[in-house]
Design a protein around this ligand. Structure first.
Ligand code: BTN
Length: 241
């Protein structure tokens, strides 16, 4: 079911409210503008009117929470695959789920758990794509870019949204059946940090090492002076050194 809005606080917030009223699966909330767009780690997602894409998809998984560890990476892969198939070059993924073009962030993903009951997890998958961002540079605190200059002539926003949703549903179905491991190699083919020195920040704690790959469930494997360490999503941020 498609729920289309001109303006919302946040499509994730609206999706979470919907899941509290009914046990939906496959609902899609789209907004042209968000007053209080939510980003990862408590940040805001700048969401002006224009050509950008803001949507939240409600998806139910017949599995416990532990099986969903690599889900946000799988969603990132669906975005990267879509852009790549559209002919965009320089597409990359930064663990856990930033989508980059030439090392600048073009899209973000925010997963929010609506509930877990009887072995079923209901998740809100929020996606924001900077298709054509104007005059917001001062508000965004990391390198970013708009997608428009990289898209082929005539490849419009509606086509992009349709292609994105098609890849997303395909990846979600594979993830449901086989887990993250089924798309791990493809994810790695987009990884911008593989084999590079990185710094990981988790609150006050900082670790340096070399990214050596991912676990089968999407954890980040880093070779440090103390040996290999595995990091899990949540509050960890990663930067190249
Ligand atoms: C990030 O910080 O990288 C995640 C950004 C996620 C933004 C999207 S826009 C649609 C959905 N609704 C929200 O409030 N946030 C997500």
């Amino acid at each position: 079911t498609l729920h289309y809005f001109l303006s919302l606080d946040s499509s994730n917030k609206t999706a979470l409210e919907l899941t509290r009223r009914e046990s939906g699966h496959g609902h899609l909330i789209i907004a042209e503008h968000q007053v209080a767009g939510r980003g990862r780690r408590g940040r805001a997602w700048v969401s002006p009117f224009g050509e950008n894409i803001y949507f939240s998809l409600i998806w139910s998984f017949q599995s416990g929470l532990a099986a969903l560890e690599g889900l946000s990476l799988a969603v990132g892969l669906a975005l990267a695959r879509t852009l790549s198939k559209a002919g965009v070059s320089g597409v990359g993924l930064k663990w856990p789920n930033d989508v980059l073009i030439e090392h600048k962030k073009v899209a973000g993903i925010l997963l929010e758990l609506s509930g877990e009951a009887g072995g079923v997890c209901q998740v809100v998958i929020g996606v924001g794509v900077n298709v054509e961002m104007q005059d917001q540079m001062g508000q965004i605190t990391q390198p970013w870019c708009s997608l428009r200059p990289y898209l082929p002539e005539g490849y419009g926003r509606n086509r992009l949204l349709a292609d994105l949703l098609q890849e997303l549903v395909a990846v979600l179905q594979v993830f449901q059946r086989e887990g993250f491991v089924a798309v791990k190699q493809e994810w790695m083919s987009f990884s911008v940090h593989q084999g590079l020195a990185v710094r990981l920040q988790a609150g006050e704690q900082c670790t340096e090492g070399v990214m050596v790959g991912l676990t089968d469930t999407g954890g980040l494997r880093v070779a440090t002076e103390q040996g290999e360490e595995v990091f899990h999503g949540g509050e960890v941020s990663v930067r190249a050194l």
